[in-house]
Design a protein. Structure first.
Length: 255
């Protein structure tokens, strides 16, 4: 019964066209100085009406009064200072009580035995979420030994499949080296695949990357720094939403 509930709640994030655009605002642990005025940043992002936003559990109470109808709230329940070696920092029942619609889990994968522990963390969270009918967004980060996120398509495919096999509802992944390789990733993953926004980049460049991914079957994106660090976060959200929801290639992104 729980997993039926998660499908219903996932429908509040993913539109009837199967696509979604999510803004990540959960950078406070890995990048404490990512943005200064929390309430103002939340207000500007939410004014663009993304499908959902991701925040750390401690800020759920601040964003809940600001969110617009139709904007789902995803609670990040993992993290670590510096971003490496994610730990479980919150519980599903805890964030549900604060108004969350879904939870997000960050998973670092190094292609080593330690991956088993990372997947165990994901599986445990998926199991807890399923008990409450809550969808899980798995943020999968296949990494090199120096902690850099890899663009190797084989490892990205494996990360996507791990998320699906463990029971996640959605999976966020870094872009492979060649945009055309997204098709191969999607082919091996039975749950919606979302493009990770990664480091800040000019919106026209991000728009092109998103268009290429959507053409290969990717269902949307999870973007943080390129939105909240832009000169106009509201417009950034609106323009990227147009690209995702309507496939509107005529959108002229502001640099």
């Amino acid at each position: 019964m729980g997993y039926r509930g998660s499908d219903v709640r996932c429908g509040n994030i993913v539109g009837s066209d199967g696509r979604c655009f999510i803004v990540a605002l959960d950078h406070g642990l890995t990048m404490p100085m990512a943005f200064a005025d929390v309430d103002k940043t939340f207000e500007l992002v939410l004014s663009g009406r993304p499908d959902a936003v991701v925040v750390q559990k401690g800020l759920l109470g601040r964003i809940e009064p600001l969110r617009r109808r139709g904007v789902a709230l995803i609670a990040q329940i993992t993290g670590s200072p510096g971003g490496i070696g994610k730990r479980l920092l919150g519980g599903v029942q805890e964030v549900l009580a604060c108004g969350a619609d879904a939870v997000s889990i960050q998973v670092d994968l190094y292609g080593q035995q330690a991956d088993a522990e990372a997947l165990e963390l994901l599986a445990s969270a998926v199991g807890s979420a399923g008990s409450f009918g809550v969808p899980v967004l798995a943020m999968m980060y296949p990494r090199e030994a120096d902690h850099a996120v890899t663009r190797d398509v084989q490892r990205i495919k494996a990360a996507a499949r791990y998320a699906a096999e463990v029971g996640a509802s959605l999976v966020k992944l870094p872009a492979p080296a060649s945009p055309e390789e997204w098709s191969d990733v999607v082919r091996y993953c039975p749950i919606p695949v979302l493009l990770a926004g990664g480091a800040k980049m000019p919106l026209p460049q991000l728009g092109d990357a998103l268009a290429a991914a959507l053409a290969c079957g990717v269902r949307g994106a999870v973007v943080g720094r390129s939105v909240f660090s832009s000169s106009n976060p509201t417009s950034a959200v609106t323009e990227l939403m147009q690209r995702v929801q309507r496939g509107d290639l005529s959108v002229k992104f502001r640099a």
